[in-house]
Design a protein around this ligand. Structure first.
Ligand code: XIL
Length: 403
């Protein structure tokens, strides 16, 4: 029988019990930063599955290694770039592992409608064609967002001009995929990141984020956008997507749930809530149980849920073997929490391999310090080899949630 080394034991052996003891305290846990250096044991540790104590997690050296996430029957997606797909090894890994893709940047407004009424679908179409050829689904990302917006939109004046631009954009983009790639783009992030939290002495207050859409159309721009998308493609699943709303508590989560509940109550055609899930390796922000509770309340509205952009940055602990085991554990718990709900349609990772993660754009910093480690937040390394994180996800997909 394989000896088991539960994560807790291993952490205390490394003198890191205090890291776990503080894991409910954001600040203290964050200060565990880079306490570790490379050189810890590198083997993949077995875990015990919560619901099936007899089953150990799959060992790294299993001869009959499963070929990919997509073979588990769960929908697991990945953000890809058109440039990345030109690398045969990258493309082969995506096609073998994932059942869904999201265009990391190619469907954003600045890319697809850079000038008023001038649409450039070339790079986005290359991604969707790749998905179609490989029997994959696509999440359309994203129709209405304050960021990566074509600059001309921000210069529009008055509600009529903004409404006209928003309507044309949604109708043209959604109809393009409806007609040219039927059934491939199954879901759209119709509105992305519309809420914000103002920090203040009284704690966070949720507000509508400043954008040309909110300024000119008021909060009703959200309902309008969903109605236009639904009229254009009644078969597409329409999502609201945001970050920092994964747990059930806090101003932004509460405000978002209230906003989405209001849309549902008003009969707005919204079908799902997307949780971005840019997170770290300790069980917080949110903790997995709290994420499950949050999923349950959205499911109670009759909505589907998705993890849309997951990555687990190792900046707070360092990219070392312990960090990678914590990352594996974290992926496992979050992916398990999602798929344990019947409302969970898919989980997507925000990038294929560590070297192409968007988190490398900022790297690991603490205040003005640049830390000597990498975010390394994804499931594959630069050679497209599976990391410990891959096994955490795979185990979750096959019913082994770690305890
Ligand atoms: C990011 C991309 O990954 C980067 O390449 C780009 O420079 C900025 O945007 N939330 C979202 C995504 O909804 O679209 C963002 O993607 C990451 C945060």
């Amino acid at each position: 029988m394989t000896p088991r080394f539960p994560l807790l034991k291993r952490l205390s052996a490394l003198g890191l019990g205090s890291l776990l003891a503080c894991s409910s305290d954001d600040e203290t846990a964050e200060q565990g930063t880079n306490a570790l250096q490379p050189g810890e044991p590198t083997e993949l540790l077995p875990y015990t599955c919560a619901a099936d104590a007899a089953r150990a997690s799959t060992p790294a050296d299993a001869a009959d290694v499963p070929s990919g996430f997509r073979d588990t029957g769960r929908t697991v997606g990945v953000a890809v770039s058109e440039a990345g797909l030109q690398d045969p090894a990258y493309a082969a890994t995506v096609a073998a592992q994932f059942g869904q893709v999201t265009a990391e940047n190619e469907m954003k407004w600045e890319a697809i409608e850079p000038e008023p009424g001038v649409f450039d679908f070339s790079r986005a179409d290359a991604i969707v064609a790749f998905a179609q050829q490989n029997g994959m689904q696509v999440r359309g990302h994203t129709l209405v967002w304050h960021s990566q917006l074509a600059p001309w939109v921000d210069t529009l004046v008055g509600p009529d001009a903004v409404r006209e631009a928003m309507t044309r954009h949604i109708q043209t983009v959604v109809a393009h995929y409806r007609d040219n790639f039927p059934g491939v783009v199954v879901a759209w992030d119709v509105v992305n990141e519309a809420l914000n939290v103002m920090q203040g002495p009284m704690g966070g207050t949720v507000i509508y984020r400043d954008s040309i859409f909110y300024r000119e159309l008021g909060e009703g721009f959200i309902a309008e956008a969903f109605r236009i998308a639904n009229e254009t493609d009644p078969n597409a699943l329409l999502f609201y997507n945001d970050f920092g709303v994964e747990g059930s508590g806090g101003a932004k989560s509460t405000g978002t749930f209230d906003m989405v509940s209001g849309l549902v109550a008003a009969g707005v055609p919204i079908h799902g809530m997307g949780f971005q899930m840019h997170t770290g390796p300790t069980d917080q922000g949110p903790n997995a149980a709290d994420f499950a509770a949050n999923i349950a309340r959205y499911a109670g509205l009759g909505l589907e849920v998705e993890v849309t952009e997951m990555d687990v940055s190792l900046c707070s602990i360092g990219d070392n073997s312990l960090g990678r085991e914590l990352q594996r554990f974290r992926y496992n718990r979050i992916v398990s929490a999602c798929f344990e709900s019947p409302a969970c349609r898919s989980v997507s990772l925000w990038g294929l391999s560590d070297p192409v993660s968007w988190l490398n754009d900022t790297g690991c910093t603490q205040g003005t310090l640049v830390l000597d480690t990498q975010p390394a937040p994804l499931a594959f390394d630069g050679s497209f080899a599976r990391k410990a994180a891959w096994w955490g996800i795979y185990d979750a997909l096959t019913g082994c949630s770690y305890q």
